[in-house]
Design a protein around this ligand. Structure first.
Ligand SMILES: [Zn+2]
Length: 273
């Protein structure tokens, strides 16, 4: 069974996922870095207005803490699209020290290579970790409301199947992100969900005629379940980034002026098949 704890090591706090064999998965908090307000302190987003020197130091700190050296991270541009790229060791370090060589126009990454950390960045959007412990394939996708409507995690499931994974063995984690408690959206967004989800009404708590609270966790759970993943194989962290100011950055709460957390997943060196 998958579970999570908030672990602290050398002053760095992070969400650590347990119960997965041969794969490391974690999610950073804002605690343990060197950035100043409003990016205090473990800001990992290079595309923010924070000093890049601080962000790189933070990436080094977080990578070391979770045992995924930052020099080998593979990152993508994250454009709220549906594209997922399959990567190998030749991509290691892409977008890590500057954004000039980040993998462009993609919101998801997939690999079957060991010790290549896949890393994406967040301040409210939903990280979806997907993996098959038997076939040893991992994927990580950035699923904000657009990615959720466009069903990017269903694309990841398709790619895992193309890699030889069996549907019954695929597991998914819905990471920390903005909860329904805090995520008010307006009619145009509600309309998009109406087009994409048959049971769209269950995803919303109405506020007034034009506004409602959107449950992105439940929407992503639906996408994963409709892709054929068994419900017991889907784990939702149920941690709201907007509610927990002491732990997380939140784009919505901080009105855009904030840092970014990282989701990270890596195949540990294992026995050869
Ligand atoms: Zn909340």
């Amino acid at each position: 069974m998958i579970s999570h704890i908030i672990h602290e090591a050398d002053g760095v706090k992070y969400v650590d996922y347990h119960g997965i064999s041969g794969i490391k998965a974690s999610f950073s908090t804002r605690i343990g870095g060197v950035s100043n307000s409003p990016y205090d302190s473990l800001n990992l987003g290079l595309h923010t207005d924070d000093q890049s020197k601080s962000v790189l130091k933070n990436r080094e700190i977080f990578g070391k803490t979770i045992g995924m050296p930052y020099q080998r991270w593979i990152t993508v541009q994250q454009v709220h699209g549906m594209e997922i790229v399959s990567v190998d060791r030749d991509f290691a370090g892409k977008g890590v020290t500057n954004l000039d060589n980040v993998i462009p126009c993609a919101d998801g990454i997939l690999t079957n290579e060991e010790v290549i950390p896949l890393v994406t960045f967040y301040a409210d959007c939903v990280p979806i970790y997907l993996f098959d412990e038997i076939e040893r394939v991992i994927s990580l996708v950035h699923s904000g409301w657009k990615g959720t409507v466009g069903r990017i995690s269903a694309n990841a499931v398709k790619m895992l199947l193309q890699e030889g994974c069996k549907l019954n063995n695929i597991k998914a984690i819905i990471g920390p992100s903005i909860g329904q408690c805090c995520y008010e959206v307006d009619r145009p967004v509600i309309g998009k969900f109406k087009e994409s989800f048959s049971s769209w009404e269950k995803l919303f708590k109405p506020i007034d005629e034009k506004h409602a609270l959107l449950d992105l966790w439940s929407a992503n759970f639906t996408v994963l379940r409709e892709s054929g993943i068994e419900p017991p194989n889907i784990y939702s962290t149920n941690l709201c980034t907007c509610c927990h100011e002491e732990l997380f950055y939140s784009y919505r709460r901080d009105k855009g002026k904030t840092g970014r957390m990282a989701a990270a997943i890596m195949l540990e060196p294992g026995d050869p098949k």
